[in-house]
Write a protein that binds this ligand. Structure first.
Ligand code: PHE
Length: 343
């Protein structure tokens, strides 16, 4: 057999090679395309070919190599196609789908959003501010004197190496920030996280959330405050809700009050929630102290205003019957997935 006959024999072998599976494919690759392939031996015969046939020999060898490459590729494609077909045979179209879990909002977010929406409907706009605050905005501007107990290291987290910077203890700092930046009339609602250096228990935590309200304009009166709070209480806790204002004290409001709402659980019949008093305490409020207006560059002779601040956790706990505030911050899915809301 001369070399050309050998080439033709290989070509036939390549074309007729039986490739049924990936094992055959690999054998084929090693035999005809691998680094020690069988065609290399034939190439070595180049030196024995008469010069006038060398060119034809070279071309035939290249063509042979190409045949092997093409056979390999088409066989490989065919096998992959068959594998896919085989795999798709195993799909059970009647099997039930994988369950998809719906995300849910955090009870604090739900409660906060409800409060915000109620005030937005009567023209309040949301103001958000920093949690790391200057002592001045948190205390001094808010008429809280140097030696006031609220400034005690027990209550306030101060930043390391700084007597000036702290984690805000209430959202009232947003009042000062807003008054410093905006000309009256001002009508804001300020939600956010606050911090107090308190022992963590079922009832209190070192972090919680508040919503602050501030309204400043000409001729704002206590009657305006009361009416606004009554509207809020009815929207939040139901049309039949009553409110009660008790005299109180805050350094930044004068006069000051605390607001109770009639117990929405027992309709004031007396229950665990209201401790059989018929009332639940919801917020602190009052007329902005003229000293605060002055501190923040607003003329108390021209303007007056009211402010209020409420905790969110307590309201969420009352609403959803949650008995431990720590649940709010543990991020346990079993707890969180119980809250479904469009708010
Ligand atoms: N900042 C007060 C608190 O944290 C609440 C408050 C806000 C009271 C505004 C009056 C006016 O308890």
């Amino acid at each position: 057999m001369d070399v050309f006959e050998k080439i033709e024999a290989f070509r036939q072998e390549i074309e007729n090679y039986s490739i049924q599976d990936n094992g055959n494919l690999e054998e084929f690759r090693i035999k005809f395309l691998g680094s020690k392939n069988i065609l290399k031996g034939l190439f070595a015969e180049m030196k024995n070919i008469p010069n006038d046939q060398k060119k034809q020999f070279g071309q035939s060898m290249n063509a042979l190599k190409k045949v092997a490459e093409e056979r390999f590729e088409s066989a490989q494609q065919q096998l992959t196609k068959e594998e896919r077909k085989e795999a798709s045979k195993n799909i059970d179209l009647t099997a039930p789908g994988e369950p998809r879990f719906m995300g849910s909002r955090h009870p604090i977010a739900i409660t906060q959003n409800r409060i915000i929406q109620i005030f937005e409907r009567i023209g309040f706009t949301v103001a958000e501010e920093r949690e790391i605050e200057d002592d001045w905005y948190n205390f001094t501007a808010m008429n809280t004197p140097e030696n006031h107990p609220a400034r005690d290291m027990q209550d306030t987290f101060y930043l390391k190496n700084s007597a000036e910077m702290l984690l805000r203890t209430h959202t009232s700092s947003v009042q000062a920030r807003t008054m410093m930046n905006t000309k009256p009339p001002i009508r804001i609602i300020a939600p956010g996280r606050v911090y107090r250096n308190e022992t963590i228990s079922a009832r209190s935590h070192c972090q919680f959330h508040q919503v602050e309200g501030l309204y400043i304009d000409k001729n704002v009166s206590f009657a305006d405050l009361k009416q606004t709070l009554m509207y809020f209480a009815k929207e939040m806790y139901g049309e039949s809700t009553k409110i009660r204002l008790r005299p109180s004290f805050f350094p930044f409001t004068e006069p000051s009050a605390e607001m109770d709402v009639s117990c929405f659980f027992c309709k004031s019949e007396g229950c665990n929630i209201c401790k059989y008093t018929g009332w639940v305490e919801i917020l602190g409020c009052g007329m902005v102290d003229p000293k605060v207006l002055e501190n923040c560059g607003i003329d108390p002779e021209v303007y007056s205003g009211y402010a209020f601040g409420m905790g969110i956790e307590r309201q969420a706990m009352l609403r959803y019957n949650i008995n431990d505030i720590r649940l709010m911050f543990n991020n346990d899915i079993r707890f969180l997935e119980q809250f479904k809301s469009t708010y």
